[in-house]
Design a protein around this ligand. Structure first.
Ligand code: MD3
Ligand code: FE
Length: 205
């Protein structure tokens, strides 16, 4: 990826490209995402313990991440409509190739929408079949306070994820603990209705 500065953190394998998408590319991507969400509406999954997530979710691609009383898993259909998830937008597949490439393209794109007060607790992503494959994430809209620390626990680092930022998780960072402590409401006007959209590409199956 040319002309993009790369920020390293305490966690080896975490890379951040600030403003990888310019304002026009961000607006185009948001429009494309909301169009696809007509086919696969956002919903609030339940935790395995039966509590609703504060984040609204949907998915694109052959597989989508879901959570309910039965646990966390990837599945090919939307839990409410029973329909296949829409395709992953081509621009995201291009970003994957530019940023991480590798032998397999992503087969899952989780869509997270943070409206007022939504956050995501510290966790690891380990529901994917190949935990060696990288993860790529795009942030759009309001700025998030993102926290990341080593897989084994210990010190975490807080950094801002702003609209248009791209981050890649490879190697040791793939199993890093991470979460969204809070979203700075009203810091961007990109998302219709306000808030923050995060798109995360993974090799799930
Ligand atoms: C670090 N999403 O969907 S994106 C998730 O902003 C998730 O919605 C957050 O954590 C969000 O699971 C954070 C950045 C991110 C994504 C995946 C990771 C960081 C990661 C996987 C491993 C380590
Ligand atoms: Fe995660």
């Amino acid at each position: 990826m040319s002309a993009i500065s790369e920020v390293k953190t305490a966690v080896e394998g975490f890379r951040l490209w600030p403003a990888a998408l310019d304002a026009a590319a961000q607006a185009d991507l948001v429009a494309e995402v909301f169009a696809r969400l007509e086919e696969a509406p956002l919903y609030r999954p339940q935790t395995p313990g039966g509590r609703p997530f504060s984040v609204q979710m949907s998915n694109f691609g052959p597989l989508g991440w879901v959570s309910d009383r039965g646990g966390y898993r990837y599945q090919p259909t939307h839990p409410q409509t029973g329909r296949a998830w829409p395709a992953i937008p081509a621009v995201l597949l291009d970003l994957w190739n530019d940023a991480v490439g590798g032998p397999r393209p992503p087969d899952a794109c989780l869509v997270n929408l943070y409206r007022e007060g939504a956050k995501m607790g510290l966790h690891q992503d380990r529901d994917e079949a190949d935990l060696g494959a990288p993860v790529l994430s795009v942030s759009l809209g309001d700025t998030a306070m993102f926290r990341i620390g080593p897989a084994q626990g210990g010190r975490t680092t807080t950094l801002k994820l702003e609209s248009g930022d791209l981050c890649a998780l490879t190697g040791p960072a793939r199993l890093a603990r991470h979460g969204i402590d809070r979203v700075l409401e009203g810091s961007s006007r990109l998302i219709p209705g306000g808030g923050r959209l995060n798109l995360t590409l993974r090799v799930a199956g």
